[in-house]
Each structure stands twice: as C-alpha cells, then as structure tokens.
Design a protein around this ligand. Structure first.
Ligand code: ZN
Ligand code: ZN
Ligand code: ZN
Length: 333
C-alpha cells in the first residue's frame, strides 16, 4: 500500500488509527497551499476509483507528498476547513477495502449463477410470454403468438423473476450482495462496513492564510489599478460642503478620477457603511465612486445600494475581484 498511500487510498481501518496518532504539524505554507486550492475549487469532493478506493483528485494533483485524508482531517480538526458528508462507501468487513463487486446469489442454494426471466407483452396483440420464448431478429423480437417482429416501442416488460442455474428455483426478488475482489468475502449491506466520505470547504479561520484581510485586498486593488494610471492611497478631496473626504484608493486614468473605498468584514457589510458611502458620493458628485465589498452585503444594505445607485463590486476571491475591477475601469474610462 505504500505507493497508493500517497494518493490517499488507504485501508480505512488503518487510516482511522493513523488519524488519531497524527500529532505532526504541517507548515503554514503547506496549509495555505491547501486552503487556496480548496477555495479555488470551492468544494473538495472525493473521487471514487475503479479499484474501490477514493482520492481527493485536485489535492493529489498538487503532488504534496502528504496523505490527503490525514492532512484534510488535521485541517478540519484545527478549524482550517469545514467538512460535510459527501458519499457513503460500502467496504469489505474483512479487509476494510472497497474493491467490491455486486453479486447475484440464489437464496436457496447460494449459487452465484442466476438467470433473469422477464414477462413480455406484445402491446397491440396483448400476447404475453416469457422472454425466452421470443426469437431475436436483429434489433427486434418475434412474438410467439402472431410471429410479428416487434421493435422496442411495440412491447413492454410486465415483470420479472429470477431462476437459479444450479437448483432451478424461481425467485421473485434478488437480494443485493457484494463480493470482495481481494479476499472473496461475500457480504450483504447489513454485514458490510459503511464508511462516510467527506467533502471540504474553506473555514472562516483560513481567511488569514489566504491573505484575505483589508490590507492585502487593498494592495491587490492597487496592483490592478497601477496598470491604469497613477494610484494614490488615502486620497483626500474637498466636498461640495467644504468638508474634506478621504477615499481608500484613487486612480486617475484617461483624465478621469476613480475614487474607491474598500469595505471589508467577516460579517456581511451593513447599512451604516453603505449610508456613509452615499454621503461621500453626494459630496463628490461628478467623480466616479466605487465601493468594494468583501465578502457581501446584508439584504437591507443591498436594498440601500440599489436605491442610491452606488457602484459596488463584491469579492469572494481575489481573482474574481481583480477581474471585475479591470472590467469596471475598462467600461468607464
Ligand atoms: Zn476484503
Ligand atoms: Zn439455487
Ligand atoms: Zn403478438
């Protein structure tokens, strides 16, 4: 298992003990890399493999040389990631691995060779016969009563039963059973092991790892804007009333002034900030004013924004914020 272990495919029992024993600490850089990746894909979900195992593909593609499951669980336990159930995985009760196939088993003698017999009706003729008495003619089947060749729309299945190839017993229902391809253990869902696979999202605590604070967001904005023209931080301008107003960022491009404020909070931005922004725009009418919101607005603040027609950009990732900002300037300069 040592090779596949790196890919996160570990026998589950073993991995669970391993998780408890893990007291190792990961570097901040590694944690930040994982948080950024999870943020990028928004939700890190397990991918099932043909061998019955599973991986966290986006994470494994990064070739971190770490056991993904152990790392993700560590990050969940330490508050960097949120986790929610994603998929139930049925595994072998003996070897605890998921390399299993469904099998059809005779309830009477236990043989694994089962024939299915369907009851088929020739719809127009109302002729009903077991599947085996219809002859196959290319894509069609031939009705034993009237000898017509029927296409799939001309017949229907009324029911089915199952016949054991060993003891010939007819059975109305098949019970789902599974066979482990590693040790040939046969088991029902009742006897198999249920293992929950989880999906992960970025937790609030990770914002700092992503570089999400007001300063870094403002720095990112300045970087984008400096391609457009001369950028000033804490730009002061006298309003109509004679009062001086300070804006977080200002840029002059093609003779036009863009005044920008950044509203950053862990909570949605509320009315007070929007109202303060409106008061400023009122004072500097004629200038282009933009309020950058991170990460969002309360419902009532959104209503105020709409009512006062304040230009806003809302960011949830630095990438999307930068893109929208470029678009905004491009459209208005
Ligand atoms: Zn097994
Ligand atoms: Zn049988
Ligand atoms: Zn017929």
């Amino acid at each position: 298992m040592s090779v596949s272990r790196k890919k996160g495919v570990v026998p589950l029992k073993e991995s669970q003990t391993e998780l408890k024993e893990t007291e190792r600490r990961y570097t901040r850089e590694l944690l930040a890399t994982v948080v950024k990746k999870v943020d990028e894909v928004q939700e890190l979900v397990p991918t099932r493999l043909p061998n019955g195992g599973f991986i966290y593909k986006e994470l494994d593609d990064m070739k971190l040389e770490e056991n993904s499951q152990v790392l993700l669980n560590y990050m969940f336990e330490h508050g960097y990631l949120e986790k929610r159930p994603s998929e139930t995985m049925l595994v072998c009760p003996v070897c605890h691995e998921g390399n299993i196939v469904p099998v059809l088993k005779c309830k009477s003698c236990g043989a694994l060779a089962i024939r299915r017999e369907r009851l088929i009706e020739h719809k127009a003729g109302g002729h009903i016969h077991p599947e085996s008495s219809f002859k196959i003619q290319g894509e069609k089947i031939v009705c034993p009563s009237c000898s017509r060749a029927l296409n799939t729309t001309e017949w229907r299945t009324l029911g089915a039963w199952f016949v054991c190839a060993e003891c010939s017993e007819r059975q109305a229902q098949m019970a789902a059973e599974f066979k482990c391809l590693k040790d040939n253990t046969l088991f029902t869902p009742v006897l198999g092991e249920f293992t929950m696979l989880y999906k992960y999202t970025v937790a609030e605590k990770s914002r700092s790892l992503l570089g999400f604070d007001e300063t870094s967001i403002a720095e990112g904005i300045v970087k984008v804007l400096s391609k457009e023209g001369e950028v000033e931080r804490n730009f002061a301008i006298k309003g109509k009333s004679g009062v001086e107003h300070v804006f977080d960022i200002a840029v002059k491009t093609s003779g036009k002034h863009f005044l920008i404020d950044v509203a950053f909070s862990n909570q949605p931005i509320d009315d007070a900030i929007v109202l303060a922004s409106f008061a400023k725009t009122f004072e500097v009418k004629g200038e282009d004013y933009l309020l950058i919101i991170w990460p969002g607005l309360t419902k009532s603040a959104q209503n105020l924004v709409d009512f006062y027609k304040i230009n806003i950009i809302q960011g949830t990732t630095l990438e999307s914020l930068n893109k929208e900002l470029e678009k905004y300037i491009e459209e208005r300069k």
